[in-house]
Design a protein around this ligand. Structure first.
Ligand code: RP5
Length: 174
């Protein structure tokens, strides 16, 4: 899956995951990037099942114009760390909820990186925040994207205020 329609320069965010079974969670990163008009690509790359492809991808990423990599994996989730070991691009790790331990295993596997090889770890299942954080990183050098992020942020606050008004009116006894 590639979304290159907003730019002639190709994807700037690479969204990787260890298995197709991670897609229902990881597609939320793609959706928010789509909303913010950030070009991305999606790849299935496994640290354990396709380590050669994973390393080649990470090594070539910067040269291909990618600026931020998002990596999601579950269980023995080595993908974000191994990608970060093969590139100096910022890597955002998403612990995917796992079948047996609900993602606690994924979180601990991703977050406990050794000094020198950073992975910015998101909350369990929070691919949406990974997409938003990638956009925020890109927005430090892209004014138009920063404006779109400000609109996104304002809209989010507006929705909470609307809900507050509704709940306040409905349940406040006078
Ligand atoms: C990890 O193993 C993947 O990231 C996935 O979350 C987990 C299970 O993979 P499948 O057995 O569903 O392919 O590498």
């Amino acid at each position: 899956m590639t979304n290159e329609k907003q730019t002639v320069h190709g994807p700037v965010v690479g969204i990787c995951m260890g298995s197709e079974s991670d897609l229902p969670v990881m597609k939320e990163a793609a959706e928010v990037l789509e909303h913010l008009q950030v070009a991305y690509e999606v790849r299935i790359l496994s640290a354990h099942r396709t380590p050669v492809e994973m390393t080649s991808y990470a090594e070539a990423a910067q040269g291909r114009g990618l600026c931020v990599l998002i990596a999601g994996a579950g269980g023995a989730a080595h993908l974000p760390g191994m990608i970060a070991a093969s590139t100096v691009l910022p890597v955002l790790g998403v612990p995917v909820p796992s079948r047996h331990l609900q993602g606690l295993d994924s979180l601990l596997s991703i977050v406990q990186m050794p000094g020198g090889v950073p992975v910015g770890t998101l909350a369990i299942g929070q691919a949406k925040n990974a997409g938003l954080l990638a956009a925020r990183i890109l927005a430090t050098t892209d004014d138009a994207l920063r404006s779109r992020l400000e609109v996104y942020h304002r809209d989010m606050s507006g929705k909470v205020r609307e809900t507050d008004d509704k709940v306040h009116a409905q349940f406040s006894g006078e």
